[in-house]
Design a binder for this molecule. Structure first.
Ligand SMILES: Cc1cc2nc3c(=O)[nH]c(=O)nc-3n(C[C@H](O)[C@H](O)[C@H](O)COP(=O)(O)OP(=O)(O)OC[C@H]3O[C@@H](n4cnc5c(N)ncnc54)[C@H](O)[C@@H]3O)c2cc1C
Length: 398
């Protein structure tokens, strides 16, 4: 199938990379780039790091200089939302009343933060996904402010580190016993807990939030499930995110924890998905949906190539990182909530490189604590193993 009209919905890390890949690989047809945000594409990891700390101006987050965006020779529809997908007429209905016809569609609408319904609408209550969110949150992070963060995942713990660094009094609340326990297991969770305690962050783990207190519409505290109250000038809700798929409702695409794709990132003929919104069949790791910055770029490329008729399964080694105080945590592979085992250094003190293994002894994930060089070597082992497994699978299916 030849394509000469491509619409990209969501022009951030994944969508922009898809558009660039299409052009780089020789696609010369019409290219329409739709994003509900009015800003040119920008990067999100610095929102909970450099921007929140006040070290970077927002202009520094821009993903490409204006000349590179112009060089795409695309029709930009910024500040316009996709509202409906019609797979029969092959058009996307847009919020300005127009319709964007396509023969190739890239879905890259990312995720939106989950909220606490009982806290919504109060002043001082925040989520963190956009530049506006980060700037608003930053305004409240003044020295001495009581900052309460619900959720001790990566976003919550990164924001806690920034708030503590800015001189706020920080409390992190999570129903699990340790921060990042769900993502990296109890031993690394314990280490992360100690890191935050060393910076005077109060951790109320094993606790849920059941309500908020307010004065004149402004949050002043949260209520825990045991009835205790914690004072809050600022409340950050960091309890995960959900794929933005409402505009795909009734389109005929399968929506199951994101846009359901095959191993080529294809959701339907001529329709691909990439980035946080895409759930795809990884050839060796099974069905995945990753909210990782590097995956957004790599999957944007893969999805664009699929649109152009190339048939290469998308089989990355997943990677993400997190910066907290002077620590960079890096993770490759698919970690579970089981414990990691150190292969260099100690999980209890100082830098370390650690692995998780399958029952057969294969490395399934590697994690590093300020150990980037050692981690690159371990990553290579994961790459090699994945390649062996892929070729074994191909042999089996012959
Ligand atoms: C604060 C923060 C810190 C992070 N830190 C890290 C980190 O340290 N390491 C890491 O690996 N990852 C990190 N991430 C995750 C990483 O940023 C994401 O994986 C990446 O941004 C995903 O890119 P995406 O293009 O898939 O989605 P997004 O960046 O979410 O982009 C989706 C785009 O779609 C647009 N859109 C949505 N709905 C519509 C619609 N109906 N019509 C038109 N446009 C629409 C949105 O405006 C947006 O521009 C962080 C994320 C956040 C929010």
């Amino acid at each position: 199938m030849t394509i000469d009209q491509v619409v990209v919905v969501g022009v951030s890390a994944a969508g922009l990379t898809a558009a660039e890949t299409l052009r780089r690989e020789g696609y010369a047809g019409r290219l329409v780039l739709v994003d509900s945000d009015t800003r040119p594409p920008y990067d999100r990891p610095p929102l909970s790091k450099q921007l929140l700390r006040g070290e970077w101006a927002e202009e520094k987050l821009t993903l490409r200089p204006p000349a590179a965006l112009e060089g795409l020779d695309a029709e930009w529809r910024l500040g316009v939302r996709a509202e409906q997908l019609d797979l029969v007429s092959r058009e996307v209905e847009l919020s300005d009343g127009s319709r964007a016809p396509f023969d190739g569609l890239v879905v890259a609408t990312g995720v939106r933060p989950r909220t606490l319904p009982f806290a919504a609408g109060r002043q001082g209550v925040h989520v963190l996904r956009s530049v506006e969110d980060a700037l608003a949150l930053r305004l409240g992070m003044v020295p001495g402010a009581e900052v309460v963060i619900v959720g001790a995942g990566f976003l919550g713990t990164e924001a806690a580190a920034v708030a503590a660094g800015l001189g706020c009094r920080v409390t992190v609340i999570d129903p699990l016993d340790l921060p990042l326990e769900r993502q990296l297991g109890p031993r690394i969770g314990k280490r992360v807990a100690q890191l935050h305690r060393d910076h005077d962050v109060q951790l109320l783990c094993g606790n849920g939030v059941t309500g908020v207190r307010e004065i004149g519409g402004r949050v002043c505290g949260v209520v825990l499930n045991d009835g205790a109250e914690v004072a809050a000038d600022v409340l950050l809700v960091a309890i995960g995110a959900e794929p933005v798929t409402d505009w795909l409702k009734d389109s005929g695409l399968v929506i199951e924890n994101g846009v359901h794709c095959d191993e080529f990132c294809q959701a339907a003929p001529g329709v691909v998905a990439a980035g946080d919104v895409a759930s795809w069949q990884h050839p060796t790791l099974g069905r995945l949906r990753l909210e990782h910055r590097m995956n957004a770029t790599e999957q944007g490329m893969a999805a664009a190539r699929t649109l152009l008729g190339q048939r290469t399964p998308f089989s990355p080694v997943p990677y993400f990182w997190s910066d907290q105080y002077d620590v960079r945590i890096q993770v490759y592979g698919r970690p579970t909530a089981a414990d990691f085992t150190a292969v260099e250094g100690s999980l209890d003190d100082g830098p370390f490189a650690a692995v998780q293994r399958s029952v057969s002894g294969r490395i399934t994930a590697v994690a590093g604590w300020n150990m980037p060089r050692q981690l690159r070597g371990l990553r290579q082992e994961l790459v090699n193993q994945q390649a062996v497994q892929c070729s074994a699978d191909r042999t089996d299916s012959k």
